[in-house]
Every structure is written in C-alpha cells, then in structure tokens.
Design a protein around this ligand. Sequence first.
Ligand code: UDP
Length: 323
Amino acid sequence: MILVVGGAGYIGSHLVKELVEKEQVIVLDNLSTGHREAVDHRAVFFQGDLGDEENLEFVFSNYPIKAVMHFAANSLVGESVINPMKYYENNVSSTLTLLRVMLDHNVNNFIFSSTAATYGVPNVDIINETMQTLPINPYGRSKLMIEQILQDYSKAYNLNYIVLRYFNAAGADESGHIGESHEPETHLIPVILQHLAGKRDKISIFGSDYNTPDGTCIRDYIHVTDIANAHIHALNSLLNGTNKTAIYNLGNGLGYSVKEIIETCETVTGLKANVEITDRREGDPAILVASSRKIYEELGWKAEKNLKQIIESAWNWHQNQRY
Ligand code: UDP
C-alpha cells in the first residue's frame, strides 16, 4: 500500500487518480487546502494532520505501507515571506515527524515534492539538477532544508528517497472531474481563466521590466498529469531497486512569458483579457526553465502535454468546476 500525504490537494489528487490503477492507496490529508471530493473513491481516506504523531502511528500501525509520497505543504512564495513560521512549521517540522514515524515502522521509501524555488535566481536559462541551490524565499528554503535532511537520513537510516523539483504545475485531468482549486487563487493560469470567465475584473502582470524579451517573467509550465506520471516512474524505480536516492527536475524545458501565457489563454478561450501592469512581486526570479533530461535518461519520463493542451484542460475544468 502507498501512503499519499496531501493526496486531496491539487497535484496529490491527480497522482492518486493515476496510482489507484496500479496500487492500493491511502490518503492522509488535513483538508486545510485540499478537497475531499478530489480524492478518488478507490483510495482509503484518512483526515488528519501529518504533524500529529497519533494520526501517523495509527496509519503506519494499521496499513502495510511500502512507500510514502509527500505532497502536503504550503506553497505560496509571497505568503512565505510574510509568514515564514507557517512555512517552517508545516513544511519542515511536520515532515520531520512523518519521517520519524515512517522510519520507526521500517518504511524506507519516500518521494518528496520539491520546487524550482530551491534554485533561487539561477545564472543560466536552462536549469539542471547540478546547479547551485540558493533559494531566495522561505518557501524555497523550507523545501531545500528537507532535501538536505533526506541526504543525512539516507546515509544514517538507510532511507531511499526521490526528490522531484516541480516547475510551474498547471492544467487539469482530462475527465474534467478534478482540477486546480485554491482559495484565494494566486497562480497565473487559473487567475487569467477566472478573469476570462467573468469572475475577476482584470489581471495584473507583476512587472514588465525584467531582463526578458518582452519584459515579463518566463516560467516552465508543466501539465499536472505529466507530474503525476513522473511520480509513478519515481515510485517504480524505488520499489524495483533501480534508484536509492535521486533528485529530478520536472518541467517541459520550454519557457513562456506572462504575456505569452495571457495570449495563449485568449486564443484557447476566444476571449479578450483586460490587463494592467503593476509592480514586481517580491521573490520572483526573471526566468525559471527546467532541463528534465536527467529523469528522461534515467527513468524514461518526459512531459507529454504542451502549453495549449495545459490551458485547454484548465479551461475545461474552470467551466465545470466542481469544488
Ligand atoms: N503572475 C502575474 N500575475 C498574476 C499571477 C502571477 O504576473 O496574477 C506572474 C508571476 O509574477 C510569475 C508567473 O506569473 O512570474 C507565475 O506565477 P505563479 O504564481 O503562477 O507561479 P510561481 O512561479 O510563483 O510558482
């Protein structure tokens, strides 16, 4: 059985939908940002906090867990600057409790959701996993701290782990039954689509004076189902012993500016956006684009869906949003 912590959240729920086809799954989620309706009915669902040792003891004592996938985290850069305590307590401290209890129960396979924010402001355009990690905000630091702790635990306690550094997750499952739903929503693609659907007056571009061709920030957007599939590849490699420890970027390898994203949303929806330019948002590097060559070479995974497909699936979800 696979324990998916944070399996009711955006990325976790997409992973669960894929994983239940192959494995028995138990989801632990406190529903602070996740949605019960997002969890596939074939998974066992347990509502509780991952920082609560009693919950974890219950789960590990009662289910034969062979690996843990950990999606539960706070993940907003701006919020992490204003409220770092929340980020260090939820993302670092609670994860340590999870690791302790799983190791106590001799479960030693772990897949960790990390982020491009661990790289900080890279001095190259295409980032690979050997680049220096110098995060510039508490969110990125909270994730990097766990990555470093995993290294130490692996040596000392024989923990096998895979770290997946996501670039910009977007899009929704093709069924239209699950998708991205944050309250409040801050991510670029859903914000644009909410505006085009008439739920916001306008959209703001956070800075047009970056050192990029059109002056707006460039990111690497990756379909959430591609991310889910990468987790399945990672899990298989831990369970069949081909991997003991590894770090992989998950991206498309293509960068799109904020303006290009707005244009593609307009094309997909056939609607015109009302756009204003505002100040830069704190903590945003100009360009973040992944090389995902390593995971392709080692595990045979690559992103399958392009930007248009990402936005089409997100728009499909927005029009029929269920939660
Ligand atoms: N962005 C923007 N307006 C918005 C939301 C985001 O201009 O309303 C920009 C943001 O500055 C960044 C990019 O869009 O350059 C992606 O931001 P998002 O919050 O979606 O993801 P992040 O890169 O922070 O993980």
